[in-house]
Design a protein around this ligand. Structure first.
Ligand code: CP3
Length: 343
């Protein structure tokens, strides 16, 4: 189906565009009263993720309410470890928890094969098909997955963590075993993303949320090769690589077969552009806390980031929007971008 607004895709392909596109990581979720109202009627987060009609509904809420240039399918990166055999619980106000974790070679051998794992995620593919149908070409739909290192860290650690020292311990103490697990995650992720593209997503983003917890050397060893492989395997749609805290890996990202590189707010546009060069599009990188400022400051900072990146830029925050962000502030940011015109 033809898209009525394909600005995100034209930008990701490096074409000359009239203004930068804008969307927000975590735009589908608790910032929206419509989301909170629907969520309150359900058993929990997982019911929303696993029911295609509901997932499609909350995916489209930010398009109606915020007028952003892209939708991102409502799901979670943790559906992959679950499909591989480790179920998770989403504990209210605390986050994810895995009753079983990976501790040994046997645990890795017991994991479900990549093919079977990707096959199990029918509810995601169905949600994508429904969302595409209901969006009716209004904006492109983004699909996503966690990067192998970030998924590995949940599978070994079993929950969020300040240090991820159990996961990092495995990298240092059992490097060969770590590579085995990373390889399995990568294989599954590739099949999963290909199925998402089959189902209709127009672009995919890889979230390496815990990149910044690794040393540059560990990142080169345990993250870069797998991200490289994923980028090589997703060929039909543009790919965005976003490594949170991964300032040290920008040159590695620039060498990958991806079209867009996401930057967090700790990286200045000047530094990011210098390391990445002109061959890639960059996405970001306003501080999510900017949205607690008054409208004038939000407008000023949004214009500043657009001007600092120049063209080949997708406006976004440097990480997911925080749940207590005022909706009007998000709207101010979006309106500022939409009123902008490149000269
Ligand atoms: O961006 C979007 O709007 C699409 C939806 C989306 C969710 N999770 C929904 C969600 C996306 C892209 C994710 C990705 C995700 N999930 C990441 C990578 C991005 C990042 O933030 O770094 C990570 C690390 C996770 C794992 C995860 N899921 C955590 C740590 C938590 C708990 C913390 C939190 O934000 O609540 C979740 C839960 C989660 N995922 C919620 C939503 C809307 C909140 C659940 C609820 O409704 O109560």
């Amino acid at each position: 189906m033809n898209l009525k607004n394909d600005l995100l895709l034209r930008t990701a392909r490096g074409e000359k565009v009239e203004r930068p596109p804008v969307w927000l990581m975590r735009q589908a979720g608790r910032i929206l009263p419509q989301y909170r109202a629907l969520r309150a009627k359900l058993s929990g987060f997982k019911e929303l993720v696993e029911t295609p009609e509901l997932a499609a509904e909350v995916t489209i809420q930010p398009i109606d309410e915020l007028d952003v240039d892209a939708a991102i399918i409502f799901s979670d990166i943790l559906v992959i470890p679950e499909a591989m055999g480790l179920t998770y619980e989403m504990v209210e106000k605390k986050g994810p928890f895995f009753p079983q974790t990976i501790k040994s070679r046997e645990d890795i051998h017991k994991l479900i094969s990549a093919n079977d794992a990707a096959e199990q995620l029918q509810y995601v593919y169905r949600a994508i098909e429904l969302t595409k149908k209901n969006l009716n070409g209004r904006v492109p739909l983004i699909g996503f997955a966690g990067a192998p290192w970030t998924i590995f860290s949940y599978m070994v650690e079993g929950s969020g963590s300040k240090t991820f020292s159990k996961a990092k311990r495995m990298l240092y103490a059992e490097p060969e075993l770590s590579h085995q697990l990373l390889e399995k995650i990568t294989e599954t992720t590739i099949l999963y993303l290909q199925r998402k593209v089959d189902a209709g997503v127009d672009l995919v983003q890889i979230f390496d949320s815990w990149a910044g917890i690794l040393s540059p050397e560990q990142y080169r060893q345990f993250a870069v090769p797998y991200l490289t492989k994923i980028c090589q395997s997703v060929t039909r749609v543009p790919v965005t690589v976003f490594g949170k805290g991964a300032w040290f890996a920008l040159a590695d990202f620039a060498a990958m077969d991806c079209q867009v590189i996401g930057l967090d707010w700790t990286i200045s546009p000047e530094y990011g552009k210098k390391i990445i060069g002109a061959k890639k599009v960059v996405q970001g990188n306003l501080d999510p806390c900017l949205l607690y400022a008054d409208n004038k400051m939000i407008e000023r900072a949004t214009l500043d980031v657009i001007q600092a990146f120049g063209d080949k830029h997708i406006v976004n925050l440097g990480h997911g929007v925080y749940p207590d962000t005022p909706l009007d502030s998000v709207k101010q940011m979006v309106a500022t971008v939409k009123n902008y015109q490149y000269v």
